[in-house]
Design a protein around this ligand. Structure first.
Ligand code: GDP
Ligand code: IMO
Ligand code: MG
Length: 432
């Protein structure tokens, strides 16, 4: 069996969580491969809404196994807030959630470092979610981080204290006033206490060598779905650096983040919004700084699932979409939130970039360069509500034309269209 992948083609929040939940019944195992609690994946069904940060979005299907892979970084405190919210809904994640021993831990002092680095950057700050992502991955690559598998080591407490002290020295150098800084509403000492309690609880979960587990599943004929976090334009190598996250969010990240060989990758589903959003700093050439942008934000409830920050909104960017399709080897497209465009008379789409009279359909290295201008096509809107129950062919002509336009521009089928946050508000095409 091959491993199929669902990942984001823009700056995150494309709706990956909803689609993983919709796809979960078709797979045996759902595995997250990178990122950490910077992610916020929203799942809605039966009038209930859940936001997952670390736990894979297949968790609502008790018969499916969910795996937090080695490429993920875990904050045990945040993980248990998720676990508790699932318990409150009578779910038992300890029964169908496995955790890689190789996954790194986010320490409370990583969160202080994240804040210290952001403050020191002033106006150039990345707009990090302040979950400690950059510092925890830095310790992974610096070969000083602690992993889930270390939790059962007799020397864990000593290693934890030494790493924390190292972090506090750096924080001191940055002259960051950590004593008055609150982490999730708590002073550092109190946060550390609840974090250490969560570490004890983490041991209730099954720690596994997930690379063996997953490869044995594949060999035994089980199907695996890999769930990405963030989006391609936030990838550490190919995103709008330095305004990116600290992991490989692309398909290649699946191999490293789960221990899957490249030839095991099957279908790659690329999830994109019918427009674009971005939360945090960094370039966004098709951003709308006007009432149309406000309209999209309002209609799409574009406020961060993790931080509640308003998301910046803009038009679909085809050079960026095609770049993401190329990097990920996307086979099938999934278009989200087209219903948000219902309010518009006309829709714009960026088809290329112009600089000093020269047009290019490639995404440039210096996306923030002020001499770079997006070139737009204007398409008629459908300006009416879209019924998710009637099938694609019965949807308004202008909506179908928008979809076909994207298919032509990308050379890929838009096989699934999402028209609302609920599981059921999903239109399948071509037998999917
Ligand atoms: P993720 O991080 O990629 O999983 O996406 P988020 O959950 O952060 O953001 C997507 C938001 O859009 C969530 O609030 C979803 O409930 C919502 N959503 C998902 N699909 C649709 C859709 O087709 N239409 C509308 N209106 N909302 C959607
Ligand atoms: P999901 O999985 C949207 C953004 C942050 C910031 C930058 C770096 O829900 O799509 P970090 O905390 O990683 O150091 O932040 O990346 N960012 C996201 N934006 N969706 C996400 O995840 C994101 N995860 C990080 O806003 O600009
Ligand atoms: Mg999100």
């Amino acid at each position: 069996m091959k491993v199929d992948v669902i990942l984001g083609l823009q700056w995150g929040d494309e709706g990956k969580g909803k689609i993983v939940d919709v796809f979960a019944p078709r797979y045996d195992v759902i595995a997250r491969f990178q990122g950490g609690p910077n992610a916020g994946h929203t799942i809605e069904f039966d009038g209930k809404k859940f936001i997952l940060h670390t736990i894979p979005s297949g968790i609502f299907h008790p018969e499916k196994q969910n795996v937090i892979g080695n490429g993920v970084i875990i904050d045990p405190y945040i993980l248990f807030k998720e676990v508790d919210s699932l318990h409150a809904a009578s779910l038992k994640p300890e029964k169908n959630l496995l955790v890689s021993r190789r996954a790194h831990l986010i320490l409370p002092s990583h969160r202080l470092l994240d804040a210290a680095y952001e403050v020191s950057k002033g106006k150039e700050k990345i707009g990090s979610t302040l979950k400690g992502i950059g510092p925890a991955y830095t310790d992974k690559y610096g070969r000083t981080g602690l992993r889930v598998g270390n939790l059962t080591d007799p020397g864990f407490n000593g290693c934890y204290s030494r790493l924390k002290e190292r972090h506090l020295e750096i924080i001191h150098q940055y002259q960051f006033d950590f004593v008055n800084y609150l982490i999730d509403g708590l002073p550092f000492d109190e946060y550390e206490e609840v974090w250490l309690d969560a570490v004890k609880r983490l041991k209730e979960f099954r720690f596994i060598d997930s690379e063996y587990y997953l490869n044995e599943c594949i060999a035994g004929g089980k199907s695996v779905l890999a769930e990405g976090a963030q989006g391609t334009l936030l990838d550490i190598d190919f995103g709008s650096f330095p305004f990116v996250t600290s992991s490989n969010t692309i398909t290649a990240g699946t191999c490293a983040g789960l221990g899957i060989a490249p030839h095991r990758i099957g279908t790659v589903y690329g999830v994109f919004k019918a427009y674009v959003t971005r939360v945090g700093g960094g370039p966004f050439p098709t951003e709308l700084h006007n009432e149309q942008g406000d309209l999209l934000r309002k209609a799409g409830h574009e406020f961060g699932s993790t931080t509640g920050r308003p998301r910046r909104c803009g038009w679909l960017d085809l050079p960026a979409l095609n770049y993401a399709i190329m990097l990920n080897g996307v086979n099938r497209l999934i278009m989200m939130k087209a219903d948000v465009l219902n309010v518009l008379e006309s829709i714009q789409v960026c088809t290329s970039y112009e600089r000093e009279g020269i047009l290019s359909d490639k995404l440039p290295f210096d996306l923030g360069d002020e001499t770079l201008h997006p070139v737009f096509d204007t398409l008629p809107g459908w300006n009416t509500s879209l019924d998710d129950g009637v099938g694609f062919e019965a949807l308004p002509e202008n909506f179908r034309a928008y979809t076909t336009y994207i298919e032509k521009a990308t050379g890929l089928p838009v096989e699934i269209i999402s028209l609302g946050p609920d599981r059921t508000q999903t239109v399948f095409r071509k037998g999917d």
